[in-house]
Design a protein around this ligand. Structure first.
Ligand SMILES: Cc1ncc(COP(=O)(O)O)c(C=O)c1O
Length: 474
């Protein structure tokens, strides 16, 4: 074959590849996961009735193959603050592909990264520099290294129930033993302190070997908010004893709580701030570690240490382009105000249900990060159902809310953490009042079912428990 013919043949071959046609036939969706990936996932989805074949997504909605529409109050665990396929984000992606930007040259200073760093520092003016990563956990790994390099100390303190990702270092500062168990010895010198306990924090800090205290300004697991003034006092203590503060805003940042950073609610100015998830509008993996110049100087201290900390995809222009587009949307579409208002509307409506439903406990959160806690009921019948279910499993009750929300109302929500009777909602920040009302009226119907014992959701509880027990035995 001549060279020309060969080139034509290759082009013809390439034309026969079509992602669209692969997307359009999803009959092997669950089977492939069962056979080639984590096999537990399709099993769990099937048990809970979350095994849908989604074929499209836009804004706050997903559609399945039968054109049923689902309301997404999960937002990809907080990745889609702006909903899916926001037109500005999509256009930025199209422009990047058309422009053929020379991304990832590596030995280079990519233009878009610098622009995004400047824009982020304008949003968080007490910090001066940005290191980019690909994931939330990688921002945590980076922060741990930077804190150690700067303070020349090794110890990291973290909160009970804190969640900072699941890589080795991030797992070492995870306050949930269910995640840590089974993975051998993690990093030494990481110590858990009880939530909201200033005395315990000071006791550790006094030893003057603590590099940093890492915290979420609002805990993702359970949506727990440190008591007013705690973070400010903790910041002062850390600085008094020479330790840094690391605010993990991977989930709470980028406007989720109605302010750009959740830390702003408490008027604290952490030495290191971590962003990820929705920084890139959800389309490209990304993360950012914001900090002070002197901390950067401790890491990148000489020319021969220029790449002493780096990763292949960290400096990728695509995520920076998406980041710039995301910040533009936040500013031009009043996203912070909208998140605050949507959150307030949700909290008011949910709180109003409390007088009608004895199972409903505290509803807490900020902006569009809300935890709905359930409590042991007082009436005899219901109490019996509650005790029975909790004897079978301490993780089951919130599933009895999320499952019917999905099954009967096509709304995606999540349970929040191990051994907690909490349902968490993370709607996209662009959510409209009409969807809020739909969520609350659906939630009310599910609660009506939950207040009838026996029957209703309690039967579902028994069958879920049976499946779970059968699986743990096998
Ligand atoms: C507060 C917080 N930090 C870190 C992470 C880890 O991010 P990633 O899953 O991108 O590694 C998460 C993920 O949910 C998170 O919520």
């Amino acid at each position: 074959m001549h060279n020309n013919d060969a080139a034509k043949a290759i082009r013809r071959d390439a034309e026969s590849f079509s992602i669209r046609s692969i997307l359009e036939n999803q009959s092997s969706r669950f089977e492939n996961h069962l056979n080639y990936m984590n096999p537990q996932m399709p099993k769990v989805l099937k048990t809970l009735g979350f095994d849908k074949t989604y074929i499209r997504a836009e804004g706050a909605y997903l559609w399945d193959q039968d054109e049923n529409r689902y309301l997404d109050f999960l937002s990809g665990y907080g990745v889609f603050n702006l909903g899916r396929y926001h037109p500005v984000i999509v256009q930025a992606m199209r422009d990047m592909l058309d422009y053929k930007d020379a991304s990832l040259v590596q030995f280079d200073c990519p233009h878009l990264l610098g622009e995004l760093a400047k824009a982020l520092v304008e949003k968080v003016p007490h910090l001066e520099r940005v290191y980019f990563t690909s994931t939330g956990a990688e921002t945590v790994e980076t922060a741990i290294k930077f804190a150690k390099a700067h303070t020349k100390r090794d110890r990291i303190l973290f909160f009970d129930h804190g969640f900072h990702g699941l890589t080795n270092g991030a797992l070492s500062v995870n306050g949930n033993k269910e995640f840590r168990e089974g993975f051998g010895k993690l990093l030494p010198d990481c110590n858990q302190i009880p939530f909201n306990d200033l005395n315990a924090l000071e006791k550790e800090l006094k030893k003057k070997d603590v590099a940093a205290f890492i915290f979420e300004p609002i805990q993702g697991k359970g949506v727990f908010i440190p008591s007013p003034g705690f973070l400010k006092a903790a910041e002062e203590l850390c600085h008094k004893y020479g330790a840094l503060t690391i605010a993990d805003e991977v989930q709470s940042g980028m406007g989720r709580t109605g302010k750009f950073l959740a830390c702003e609610h408490e008027n604290v100015h952490p030495d290191i701030v971590l962003l990820s998830k929705s920084l890139s509008g959800g389309i490209v993996p990304t993360g950012a570690v914001l900090s002070r110049t002197e901390i950067f100087k401790s890491v990148f201290s000489r020319m021969d240490r220029c790449v002493v900390h780096s990763s292949s995809f960290g400096k990728n222009s695509f995520s920076a382009a998406m980041g710039l587009a995301t910040l533009w949307v936040i500013d031009h579409e009043n996203i912070l105000e909208r998140a605050a208002q949507a959150g307030e509307s949700l909290m008011t409506k949910l709180n109003a249900l409390k007088k009608k439903f004895e199972l409903l406990g505290e509803i807490r959160g900020r902006g569009c990060m809300i935890g709905i806690e359930f409590q042991s009921p007082k009436s005899l019948q219901l109490k019996m159902g509650w005790s029975l279910l909790h004897t079978l499993s301490k993780d089951l009750f919130p599933q009895l809310i999320t499952v019917p929300l999905m099954r009967d109302h096509r709304i995606l929500t999540q349970t929040s953490g191990h051994h907690q009777d909490i349902v968490k909602i993370l709607p996209p920040l662009i959510i409209e009042e009409e969807d809020i009302q739909y969520f609350v009226s659906s939630f009310e119907k599910v609660l009506e079912g939950a207040h009838k014992f026996p029957g209703g959701i309690w039967d579902l509880g028994k069958s879920l428990a049976k499946t779970a027990l059968g699986d743990s035995k096998s």
